[in-house]
Ligand binder design. Sequence first.
Ligand code: ADP
Ligand code: MG
Length: 273
Amino acid sequence: MLLSGNDSEQGGGSVAPVLSVKNLSTSFRVGDEWKTVVRDISFDVAPRETVAIVGESGSGKSVTSLSIMRLLPKKTSRIEGQVFLQGRELVSLPEEEMRRVRGNDISMIFQEPMTSLNPIFPIGKQIAEALTVHTDISRAEAKAEVLRLLEKVRIPNAKGRFDEYPHQFSGGMRQRVMIAMALASRPKLLIADEPTTALDVTIQGQILDLIKQLQEEEGMSVLFITHDMGVVAEVADRTIVMFRGDAVETGATDDIFHRGKHPYTRALLSAVP
Ligand code: ADP
Ligand code: MG
């Protein structure tokens, strides 16, 4: 395949990645010492690709994503290496510009949607707020867009639920609301940190299907964090296996399932039914 100019940045003719993480290390200050919890991690996420980070609790998955977003406590954490979002380096970006990246270019969803929703505001209003932060649209336009988003995440009777409060939604429906909010800025990259872990198994499947469908419709890239190899098989084109802060394996998901070499990868795979 022949590509010209910037498209061939990666060499070998591949398309430029949306996200490129290069030699990322993150340390926390513990007393007088720095403890490194993510060690020299490098990976790319291509346009429309889903990359999974899988590993046991405490292996550094969330710290990796929070480092990309620069959402760690400034005084007690240190990030080394580089993170490029469509070629723009984020680790060294002024905070003001980083805030704009968080608002416009990368969205994140988490395990427990209730912690990110305000219990005293109707969900329609909260999504409208997320919208008006990014754009200067009118109230009426915002309301129409909120409805479109609620329908996009397949919330039944979206119009009727606009004025309901978070506690009136089930866990799965609340995660749909969070995904709607995450889509409001039309991000290039969605980081999903264990978005189905708190949900019942049947609901988990529905949310995974939704994320896959939306990814195709919106043309986003997804960085999907999970401790569950079964989920990896469902969603990921490529997979990074993390073990105690190291990326011990990186490759096509299929290869990792069939030819994963690291003992920890083998152990993870043996747990998949
Ligand atoms: P997980 O893979 O379960 O998401 P984390 O990335 O949350 O793991 O955590 C990796 C390691 O970093 C853990 O040992 C955790 O205790 C430590 N850690 C996470 N956040 C902080 C913090 N803000 N300050 C100090 N240590 C932290
Ligand atoms: Mg985590």
